[in-house]
Design a protein around this ligand. Structure first.
Ligand SMILES: Cc1ncc(COP(=O)(O)O)c(C=O)c1O
Length: 435
C-alpha cells in the first residue's frame, strides 16, 4: 500500500516527499523516522478548508502528543494552527520553538502546581481544567501570581467511542474530565464562575482516538451542546467556545477507511447547528484538536532487515533493527501496520512473514504480512508511523532513539538527531561508594 505523496522510482525504490528512501537510509542510518512535510501541511489545510464557512468561527489546534518536535511547531505556526500540549515537556518544547503562547492549550488529568504556574507565567491561551481540585488550585495559584487563568472545562460526555478501549476517553468511567452524571460538570461550572482569577470560556470534550466513524463526534456534539444549554438555563452563562477534541482515524492498513475531514466537518457542524436551534443557544466558537490525522500518514519508519529466519512448517521471521523502543503501539494495543521492501518496492509481495523487532521481548511489529522475498540488508518501510511512534519511543534495552528526518520536494533535513550512545549514560550517576 502506497500512501499519498509516495511513489516508486524507475529503479523500484520507494520515494517519499521526493526523496529516495534507500538513499535516506544510507545517509542517515536506520531505524529512521521519515516525515513528509507537504503531507503534514496539506492535512492542516484540509482541516481549515473543511470547517471554513460551516461555522461562524473555528480554530484547529494540533494535538502535539501525536508528535512533538520543535521543527513541527514551526510548521504548525506557519499553517496558522493552534497547539494542544499535555505536559511540562510538551509545553517547554512549544515555548522553546517560539510558538505563540496565546495559541497553546494545556491539557492533562493531573497538572502539578509547577506546570500550572509555568502556563500562567508564559501567558498560554487556555488551561483545560479536568477536575474540581484542579480548579481550586488554579484559582489560588493565579490569584497569588496576580494573573487570570483562561479556562475551558473538560466534560466527560458519556459517549463510548467506537475504537480500542485503551484509547477511549469519553465514556462515564474515565479518568478524564468532569461527568455530566451527578451534576459534577455543572458544579464545576458554577465554581469556575465564582472563583477568583478564573475566566471561563467554554467546554471541552475528547471521546477517543483512531475513530473510523463519525457517530461518536455527532453524539458528543449534541450532548455537550445540550449541557451548554442547561448551563445557560441554570446560571445564565453562555459558552463562547466548544472544543470537541481530536480523534479522527487514519489509514494504517488497506482495511481502514477513515471518514474524510470534509465529512467530519459536515457531521459535526450539522449536529452543532441542529442542537443550537433546538436549544435556542448561539453557536460557540468550535475548536478541534486533531493529532494522528495531521501527522500519522505523513510518517514512514525505515528499518534494516537483519535476520530472515524460516521455521519449517511454522513461519518465517524477519527481524529488523528497531521495534518496541521506536514503536510500542503493536505491543500496547495490537495496532496494525503495513510495510514494504523500500529497495524493491516494484516487486510483488509474495512471501508471507512475521516482522519482529530486535528487543528482548516478543516485540512483533507486524504479525503477518506479505513482502517481496525479504533478504538481510533490505530496507523495510513501515507505513503511517508519523503519530504516536517517535512520541512514544523509549530507550528499552538501551536502544538510542532514532533520528527524524523531514522531507519535502526532494530535500531531507534532520529535525531530531539520532540519540548518541553517550546520551544513554549521560544522566546515570555512580555513587562514590561504588567507585
Ligand atoms: C485531549 C486530547 N485532544 C486531542 C487528542 C488527539 O487525538 P488524535 O491524535 O486521535 O487526533 C488527544 C489524544 O488522545 C487528547 O487526549
Amino acid at each position: 500500500m502506497l500512501l499519498p505523496n509516495q511513489s516508486v522510482s524507475p529503479g523500484g525504490r520507494l520515494v517519499v516527499g521526493g526523496c529516495d528512501t534507500v538513499e535516506l537510509a544510507t545517509r542517515f542510518g536506520t531505524p529512521l523516522y521519515v516525515l513528509d512535510e507537504e503531507m503534514i501541511r496539506a492535512s492542516c489545510r484540509s482541516y481549515r478548508q473543511a470547517f471554513e464557512g460551516k461555522v461562524p468561527s473555528y480554530e484547529i489546534a494540533y494535538a502535539s502528543k501525536a508528535l512533538m518536535i520543535k521543527a513541527l511547531c514551526k510548521v504548525m505556526e506557519q499553517e496558522q494552527m493552534a497547539l494542544d500540549v499535555a505536559s511540562e515537556g510538551e509545553l517547554f518544547t512549544a515555548l522553546e520553538a517560539g510558538f505563540p503562547p496565546e495559541r497553546i492549550k494545556l491539557h492533562g488529568n493531573f497538572k502539578k502546581a509547577a506546570l500550572l504556574r509555568m502556563a500562567l507565567d508564559n501567558g498560554i491561551g487556555r488551561v483545560v481544567v479536568d477536575s474540581l481540585p484542579e480548579l481550586d488550585l488554579l484559582s489560588s495559584i493565579a490569584t497569588d501570581m496576580g494573573k487570570t487563568a483562561d479556562i475551558l472545562i473538560r466534560i466527560t460526555p458519556g459517549v463510548k467511542a467506537d475504537t480500542h478501549e485503551r484509547i477511549r476517553t469519553g465514556q462515564e468511567d474515565s479518568k478524564f474530565g468532569l461527568g455530566l452524571i451527578g451534576g459534577i460538570a455543572l458544579t464545576a461550572t458554577r465554581k469556575a464562575l465564582e472563583l477568583p482569577s478564573i475566566d471561563l470560556h467554554g467546554f471541552h470534550c475528547h471521546i477517543g482516538s483512531q475513530m473510523l466513524h463519525t457517530d461518536g463526534f455527532r453524539r458528543a456534539a449534541s450532548v455537550v451542546m445540550e449541557f451548554i444549554a442547561h448551563v445557560a438555563a441554570e446560571t445564565g452563562y453562555v459558552a463562547e467556545q466548544f472544543d470537541i477534541g481530536g480523534g479522527l482515524g487514519i489509514r494504517y492498513t488497506h482495511d481502514d477507511v477513515p471518514p474524510t475531514v470534509d465529512k467530519l466537518a459536515d457531521e459535526i457542524c450539522t449536529a452543532l447547528g441542529a442542537a443550537a436551534e433546538e436549544h435556542n443557544i448561539p453557536l460557540p466558537e468550535l475548536i478541534l484538536e486533531p493529532g494522528r490525522s495531521i501527522v500519522g500518514e505523513a510518517g514512514v519508519t525505515l528499518y534494516t532487515i537483519g535476520v530472515v529466519k524460516e521455521i519449517p512448517g511454522i513461519r518465517t521471521y524477519v527481524s529488523v533493527d528497531g521495534g518496541l523502543s521506536d514503536n510500542p503501539r503493536p505491543c500496547l494495543y495490537d495496532a496494525e501496520y503495513e510495510a514494504l521492501i523500500a529497495n524493491r518496492a516494484d516487486q510483488r509481495p509474495d512471501t508471507v512473514v512475521r516482522v519482529a523487532g530486535a528487543h528482548c521481548e516478543t516485540d512483533t511489529l507486524i504479525p503477518e504480512l506479505a513482502l517481496a522475498a525479504p533478504r538481510p540488508g533490505d530496507i523495510l518501510a513501515v507505513q503511517a508511523t508519523g503519530a504516536y511512534n517517535y512520541a512514544m519511543a523509549s530507550n528499552y534495552n538501551r536502544f538510542p532513539r532514532p533520528a527524524v528526518v523531514l522531507v519535502n520536494d526532494g530535500r531531507a533535513d534532520i529535525v531530531v538527531e539520532r540519540e548518541p550512545l553517550a546520551d544513554l549514560v549521560r544522566l546515570d550517576v555512580v555513587p562514590q561508594r561504588l567507585q
